[in-house]
Design a protein around this ligand. Structure first.
Ligand code: AMP
Length: 289
């Protein structure tokens, strides 16, 4: 595994691979890696000839009162995980490499960035879209791997790649969870024992609604009420929404298309997000139309 910090060095490493027609996979991260990131890297290593992982804590996607300064870091552990998961090139630029003096051009996503997390994190997806566009231009991958854990991010980035004609295909990897169901997240490190116990309610609530859905319940209201009632132990629910996975619009009435039940909640001072997919069978859709 090669570790590079400059765009010029990264391009120099990738140039011969591209010239040979090698397929390049890319996994953008903010570091403090865990097995969720590991799953993305492994998929890329399995499907591509070379895998580039970036570790960059992107300042433009953090709000003024968010955890940029305290975002957890452990570069030595990250390097070991990258190596073990099959990374070919680890790109770790510093902030000036990505945002040099005079930087002023941003990618402005549309409506998809205004719902769900976008309502509570103004500017977040503008920062995400901008850094991902830059990283796509720097790496020029054939495939880019993103986690379903950040579902809205996958939808916003896919739209951006289509709208701006970026020649990259997105692969969305299912959420990796602890044995008890908690979605792996770099931010779980902030949870003390009490908060860790209560954080479990996010996945429990989503999985309870999914079990009801799989058992035949189709009414959005009932599924939402069921999930909400399982969230009594969290400190505040920012949103709990059942949305169309394509356009993130809320679903009312019966769930008759591929949907996602998405939650964001605070446990103590830690903001956590999670989601599950609910897919009606082809039979359900046919019946409706
Ligand atoms: P982050 O470092 O949090 O920006 O995440 C980098 C990538 O890893 C994003 O595409 C995330 O969606 C993905 N990711 C984070 N947590 C998980 C998880 N538990 N399972 C799968 N992918 C994840």
């Amino acid at each position: 595994m090669r570790v590079v910090r400059s765009i010029a060095d990264l391009r120099a490493l990738l140039r011969p691979l591209k010239a040979e027609g090698k397929r390049i996979g890319f996994v953008p991260t903010m570091g403090f890696l865990h097995e969720g990131h590991g799953a993305l890297i492994r998929q890329s290593a399995a499907r591509c000839d070379a895998t580039v992982v970036s570790i960059f804590i992107n300042p433009t996607q953090f709000g003024p009162s968010e955890d940029l300064a305290n975002y957890p870091r452990d570069l030595e552990r990250d390097q070991n995980l990258c190596l073990e998961a099959g990374t070919s090139v680890l790109f770790m630029p510093d902030v000036n490499e990505i945002y040099p003096t005079g930087f002023q051009t941003h990618v402005e996503p549309g409506r998809l960035a205004e719902t769900l997390c976008g309502r509570f994190r103004p500017g977040h997806f503008r920062g995400v879209a901008t850094v991902v566009a830059k990283l796509f231009n720097i790496v020029q991958p054939d495939l880019a791997f993103f986690g379903q854990k950040d579902l809205q991010q996958t939808v916003v980035v896919r739209r951006m790649a289509r709208d701006l004609n970026m020649p990259v295909d997105l692969v969305v990897v299912p959420t990796i969870r602890e044995a008890d169901g908690l979605a792996l997240s770099s931010r779980n490190i902030y949870l003390n024992e009490d908060a860790r116990g209560r954080a479990l309610q996010l996945s429990e609530a989503l999985l309870a609604a999914k079990a009801a859905f799989d058992g035949g319940e189709r009414e959005a209201d009932k599924l939402l009420k069921l999930a909400y009632s399982a969230l009594a132990g969290v400190d505040s629910v920012q949103y709990l929404e059942l949305v169309d996975v394509q356009n993130l619009e809320p679903i009312q009435g019966p769930v008759d298309k591929a949907a996602a039940l998405c939650v964001a909640a605070y446990v103590g001072s830690t903001r956590l997000i999670d989601n599950v997919l609910l897919s009606p069978s082809a039979g359900d859709i046919t019946q409706k139309s």
